[in-house]
Ligand binder design. Structure first.
Ligand SMILES: Cc1cc2nc3c(=O)[nH]c(=O)nc-3n(C[C@H](O)[C@H](O)[C@H](O)COP(=O)(O)OP(=O)(O)OC[C@H]3O[C@@H](n4cnc5c(N)ncnc54)[C@H](O)[C@@H]3O)c2cc1C
Length: 260
């Protein structure tokens, strides 16, 4: 983990909600694992005081570049969306434990809800480069809450679900899954809102499939000090608290204590 001032090479607005920012950060790009994140100082002033975490969307160690895909939510992401080419961004990273690639080769299903597609891009690329067979399912309430759904197909067969039917299957990801998931899967990976991840765990558990989830909890320090992002894991009757920032953000779904 390092603190770096990364030069903004490009910033592009992809939809009314989503931006893609490309950074030059050669030292950081050398060591990224899919699913890790950067902790970004979004403003120049004291407010917002805390850094904001963003999954590393993609990285290229040869070129020294990294990308973040982000959704504008509040002050921090608004400030980030106004960065200009050539500016320097104060970033810490790569942080956290990313997705584990459990076998040399296999069949993987990647599921993203809304901005949960962010960490799945680099994961899909990594798996494809390792000759895994990759299927991707992306879902959101509506089309503008998906960003790169048309581009994901370069990494594997891609299916889309929107609740309003503005693109792809009309309905929820969990309704689409039984129609498109392969019979045999070696690993399922997911990122998205907690209720989606909980529903996915019910599905993978009943189909005896291993699921890794990235939990994008609100967090503060990002380094395991403040305990602002703890998540109960272990036995439901006697859970222990894991720090999403340093023990995660990726967990095996069976470790997580899901709310009823
Ligand atoms: C490990 C990790 C990886 C993440 N990766 C990405 C990513 O790749 N792209 C991306 O757009 N966002 C990502 N997030 C979420 C992102 O960090 C927050 O959206 C961001 O910090 C909001 O900052 P803000 O100042 O704009 O909004 P704030 O003013 O802090 O909050 C605005 C609203 O957003 C809500 N909010 C804040 N943080 C989160 C969160 N983590 N999840 C859901 N709602 C939140 C707040 O409750 C509030 O309602 C990630 C979070 C974590 C922990």
């Amino acid at each position: 983990m390092q603190r770096t001032f990364a030069k903004v090479l490009n910033i592009e607005q992809l939809t009314s909600h989503y931006f893609l920012i490309t950074l030059m950060a050669p030292q950081l790009a050398r060591t990224v694992q899919p699913g890790q994140f950067l902790h970004v100082r979004t403003g120049e002033q004291l407010d917002p005081l805390l850094r904001r975490p963003f999954s590393i969307h993609d990285w290229h160690s040869g070129e020294g570049t990294m990308q973040l895909l982000f959704q504008v939510k509040g002050k921090g992401t608004q400030l980030l969306s106004r960065k200009q080419k050539g500016e320097q961004l104060d970033v810490l990273g790569p942080l956290g434990n990313g997705f584990a690639i459990t076998k040399k080769k296999g069949k993987a299903l990647l599921i993203g809800g809304g901005i949960g597609e962010a960490p799945l891009w680099g994961l899909a690329r990594t798996l494809k480069e390792a000759h895994w067979e990759v299927t991707i399912v992306l879902g959101a309430a509506k089309q503008t809450l998906l960003a790169r759904h048309n581009d994901f197909s370069q990494w594997g067969e891609t299916y889309i679900a929107t609740e309003d039917g503005s693109v792809g299957f009309k309905g929820r990801v969990t309704n689409l899954l039984p129609l498109v998931a392969a019979e045999h899967l070696d690993q399922v990976y997911a990122c998205g809102p907690k209720p989606l991840l909980a529903a996915l765990y019910t599905w993978t558990n009943s189909n005896n499939l291993p699921l890794q989830v990235s939990l994008d909890e609100v967090m503060a320090c990002g380094m395991g000090v403040c305990l602002g992002c703890v998540q109960p894991v272990g036995r439901k009757e006697a859970p222990v608290l894991a720090k999403v920032c340093t023990d995660g953000p990726v967990f095996s779904a069976e470790e997580v204590v899901w709310d009823d």
